[in-house]
Design a protein around this ligand. Structure first.
Ligand code: NOJ
Length: 521
């Protein structure tokens, strides 16, 4: 693939290691949680699918109170997932297959079990005390301000009884926030990046990276947003300086290393600012798309706004429908037909797509009985283990840490691979089409006139062009095009290879191949 940098041209696939695959399916003691060797053993499946890069969610040493986003050692693999040697083998095997690998970097907080925090709480004079954010209690032990934490629905401050001060935690009390104002902290977190880049990773997904900077005055957030978790509101100018430093660390290494940031600010303009002027993040997740309901008007507005705010600073968009924090889009949109149409949209928009493992199977969230719930944020449903086949265990050793998604006996990798009409094959066809078509990877984007329930757009690059039509409605609809072209892909497979007959079925999406000028002559 030639053209732009790999992270603009390629498609990422998110692996949540606990639930992707296990190498210990025969063992009843460890086979219920995924591991790194399990990922390595399944790489050929991802090559068959046709993705370009893997993003591995955390596999670091952790007490798992936030399932790995509470890191106790940034530079080691948790024994549940394997060893550093397993990690090296995974990267080598991925690279040998032409797959890039990025890993999660969790810079804003650590686990309360991390040696840095253990040392910090030994006393106010501890050498690591100012690696964290501390405040004296107000009258009656009150927190210093109105900042809220996530998951606890309470203040973002917890009293450390031994030392009599409160520490800041944007998430669980077991996830104290690091004080990035302290240059020693920044240097330590830079060294984490260097550690993994030296081991060969191609880049990072940076967890709530906009939350590293903190208001030193600890000012209350405005009343209208005071009910929201602090991390959704926190947007400090100094964070941009910190990210320029981070970018310089990435640039120390050869080979186009990159960082995609989880900038969880719902205003796209604020998110866009974290690209800097090509000197901060390479990419940011575009969460506005995740929160857009299945509506042509809402998606059109989101696409336009994204193009406007990112275009203004020459930043490249990303598109994502699902991840490990949100209900899957198959569940949100309510039907497989819509999930199929959404896949066409995701993989043909202008920008880098991120797939979340299992969406290619059309998985819905697993129903979680109360006695199986484990996540403090109620996100277990989208984290259910991937069913690899229809037989007992589905490729896992019982009991799995979470129940399987619905219909695992039929909706699993092996079954859907056998069925050329399945959603899995639709993803594979879309990924192959995208790889083959410069217009889809990096072409221009232009809206075409279409009925209200339909989004219609043209992508073109030099002589290569595709038209994409997505029907968000539940009725068949006529779409008149001056020069329709041939159906290269249909979300339901119907009509592929034939001239487009100017009709879209309910929740149907198509990619049309336009004759090149040379072919028209
Ligand atoms: C965002 C991650 O995606 C989520 O899973 C985690 O709970 C929080 N950051 C805290 O690290």
């Amino acid at each position: 693939m030639s053209g732009g940098p790999w992270w603009r041209d390629g498609v990422f696939y998110q692996i949540y290691p606990r639930s992707f695959a296990t190498s210990m399916h025969a063992s009843s003691t460890h086979g219920g949680v995924g591991d790194l060797r399990g990922v390595t053993a399944r790489l050929d499946h991802l090559v068959w699918l046709g993705v370009d890069a893997l993003w591995l969610s955390p596999f670091y040493r952790s007490p798992m109170r936030d399932f790995g986003y509470d890191v106790a050692d940034h530079c080691d693999v948790d024994p549940r997932f394997g060893t550093l040697a397993d990690f090296d083998a995974l990267v080598a095997a991925a690279h040998a297959r032409g797959l890039r690998v990025i890993v999660d970097w969790v810079p804003a907080h650590v686990s309360s079990d991390h040696p840095w925090f253990r040392e910090a709480r030994t006393g106010r004079a501890s050498a690591r005390r100012d690696w964290f954010v501390w405040a004296d209690p107000g009258p009656g032990g009150a927190p210093p301000n109105n900042w809220r934490s996530t998951f606890t629905d309470g203040p973002a401050w917890t009293l450390d009884e031994a030392t009599g001060q409160l520490y800041l935690h944007s998430f669980l009390p077991e996830q104290p926030d690091l004080a990035w104002a302290n240059p020693q902290v920044r240097r330590a977190m830079h060294d984490v990046l260097r550690f993994w880049m030296a081991r060969g990773v191609d880049g990072f997904r940076a967890d709530v990276v906009h939350n590293v900077g903190k208001d030193p005055a600890l000012t209350d957030v405005p009343a209208d947003v005071a009910g929201l978790p602090y991390f959704m509101v926190n947007d400090q100018a100094v964070t941009h300086e910190y990210l320029r430093e981070v970018r310089r660390v990435l640039d120390e290494f050869p080979g186009d290393r990159m960082m995609v940031g989880e900038v969880f600010l719902l205003d796209p303009e604020r998110m866009a600012a974290y690209h800097g002027h090509g000197d901060e993040l390479h990419l940011c997740f575009n969460f506005a798309a995740v929160f857009a309901p299945w509506s042509a008007a809402r998606w059109r507005a989101c696409i336009d706004r994204t193009a406007a705010v990112l275009g203004a600073r020459d930043a490249w968009p990303t598109w994502v429908l699902s991840n490990h924090d949100l209900p899957r889009h198959r569940t949100r949109y309510g039907s497989e037909a819509r999930a199929r149409a959404a896949a066409v949209l995701l993989l043909t928009l202008r920008g880098t797509p991120f797939l979340y493992m299992g969406e290619e199977l059309g998985l819905a969230d697993a129903p979680i009985p109360p006695d199986r719930a484990v996540d403090p944020g109620g996100r277990d449903g989208c984290r259910a283990p991937l069913p690899w086949h229809g037989e007992a265990g589905h490729g896992w050793g019982p009991p799995t840490w979470l129940p399987f998604p619905p219909d695992a006996a039929t909706r699993n990798v092996a079954e859907l691979k056998r069925d050329a009409t399945s959603i899995l094959h639709l993803y594979r066809r879309l990924l192959a089409a995208r790889r083959a078509a410069p217009s889809l990877r990096r072409g221009t984007f232009e809206w075409l006139p279409a009925p209200e329930s339909v989004l219609a757009f043209r992508r073109s690059h030099e002589e290569d062009a595709r038209l994409v039509l997505v029907n968000f409605g539940d009725d068949r609809v006529r779409v008149e095009l001056p020069s329709p072209g041939v159906v290269e892909i249909a979300s339901d497979g119907v009509g592929e290879g034939a001239v487009f007959e100017q009709f879209l079925g309910a929740s149907q999406a198509v990619v049309l191949r336009q004759p090149t000028p040379a072919a028209r002559r």
